[in-house]
Structure formats: structure tokens, C-alpha cells
Design a protein around this ligand. Structure first.
Ligand SMILES: N[C@@H](CCC(=O)N[C@@H](CS)C(=O)NCC(=O)O)C(=O)O
Length: 204
């Protein structure tokens, strides 16, 4: 049985998305991260020594880091989602790493300021700086999707799911995809997938 630790509203979200896309049964392991801080408990640290979510177990096998988890799930249960050639698999990794190291950090900076920092303590300079860093990165995606249905090749790969899980954060921050027609069309297509709809519903 696959067990997943972490809320769909956290970095674990993309793991839910890929599990749903694969149609795999899985058990959500509840962790009280606020009150009891169970993600720092001795038992949980044995699974993920970082004390962070997500963490996934599949039988006796344990893995953490959300992008590694989505790669593992695709590799084990539907390798076609990783791309057909070494070049395609390289690009799937490129977009997945890019999403988590380039696109996500300014959005997380904004998220922390806007949703987890009391209004009187917010660093408006930091918010503005982070906000300025997002549009050029979304433009890179828009450009890559010009004339392409998916990020890598002609069919869905795990790169589309990983990147969409990050693009999805933009809406909640008041960042729009206006003026980015290729990105918008791609995102609408990914959002229409049953897996994405379940992912969104779980995040409510
Ligand atoms: N690079 C990690 C990031 C994990 C991460 O930062 N998780 C946050 C939730 S989104 C967490 O568990 N924070 C709790 C903490 O840092 O104590 C991944 O993508 O899996």
C-alpha cells in the first residue's frame, strides 16, 4: 500500500496529482503539523529526517522530496509519463527542477508574507521583489509552449503535472496569466484533467 504524508495544500500537492493521474490507491497519513508538530516527532523523522512533507512509503520503500516522489511514481507505475528517450527524460527533469528551483521560490516568498505573516509585520519590499521575479519566469514557460501541446513531446509527461502544480500557486497570489496565451491554453488543458480536478478539490 502507498502511504502519503503531507497536506494537498503543501509541497505534497503534486504527489496527490500524480497519484490521481496514475489512478493508484493510496492512504493519506494524517500529521498534525501545527499543534503537535508531528512532522518533528521521532517516529516521523525516521521516515523523513528533514522533518518536512511530503514523504511517501510504498511497501517498505520510503522516499521524500516531492519531485523525486513524482518521478518514482511515474517510473514505477507508468514510465511513459517520463518520456520515451533520454533526451525527453532529460527535459522532463529540466522542467521539474526548474519549477521547484526557479518558479516556486518567489511564489513561496509571497505566500509566506501574504498568508503566514501578520499584516503589521509584512515586508512589502520583499513581496514586491518576489512579485517582480514571477512574470519573466512565466514568460519562459509561455515561450516554451508556443506551438507545443505539452512541455516535452506530444503527450502528457510528469513535467506537465509538476510544473502545473507550481503554476497553480499563482492564482492564489493574485498573479495572472494574462498576456501568456500559450501558457494559459496549456494550463486550461491540464486543469481539465480529472486528476487535476481531484487535486484542486482536495486543496479546498
Ligand atoms: N523541497 C521539499 C520542500 C518540502 C517543504 O518545504 N515542505 C514544507 C511544507 S510545503 C514543510 O514540511 N515544512 C515544515 C517545516 O519546515 O518544518 C519538497 O519539495 O519536498
Amino acid at each position: 500500500m502507498i502511504r502519503l504524508y503531507g497536506s494537498p495544500r503543501s509541497s505534497a500537492g503534486r504527489c496527490y496529482l500524480v497519484l490521481e493521474e496514475l489512478g493508484l490507491p493510496y492512504e493519506v497519513m494524517s500529521l498534525d503539523m501545527m499543534g503537535k508538530r508531528e512532522h518533528k516527532s521521532e517516529a516521523y523523522l525516521k521516515l523523513n529526517p528533514n522533518g518536512k512533507v511530503p514523504c511517501l512509503s510504498d511497501g517498505d520503500f520510503v522516499i521524500w522530496e516531492s519531485m523525486a516522489i513524482t518521478w518514482y511514481l511515474a517510473d514505477k507505475y507508468r514510465p511513459a509519463l517520463l518520456g520515451a528517450t533520454p533526451e525527453m527524460r532529460g527535459l522532463v527533469q529540466q522542467w521539474s527542477y526548474w519549477a521547484i528551483t526557479e518558479l516556486q521560490p518567489p511564489m513561496v516568498d509571497m505566500l509566506i508574507q501574504l498568508f503566514f505573516t501578520p499584516e503589521d509585520k509584512r515586508d512589502h519590499g520583499a513581496i514586491a521583489k518576489a512579485k517582480d521575479r514571477v512574470p519573466p519566469r512565466l514568460a519562459i514557460l509561455d515561450n516554451a509552449l508556443r506551438g507545443n501541446s505539452y512541455l516535452v513531446g506530444e503527450t502528457l509527461t510528469v513535467a506537465d503535472l509538476n510544473v502545473a502544480s507550481v503554476v497553480n500557486i499563482a492564482g492564489g497570489l493574485g498573479l495572472t496569466l494574462d498576456g501568456l496565451p500559450h501558457l494559459t491554453a496549456w494550463f486550461e488543458k491540464i486543469k481539465a484533467r480529472p486528476s487535476f480536478q481531484v487535486f484542486i478539490a482536495k486543496r479546498q
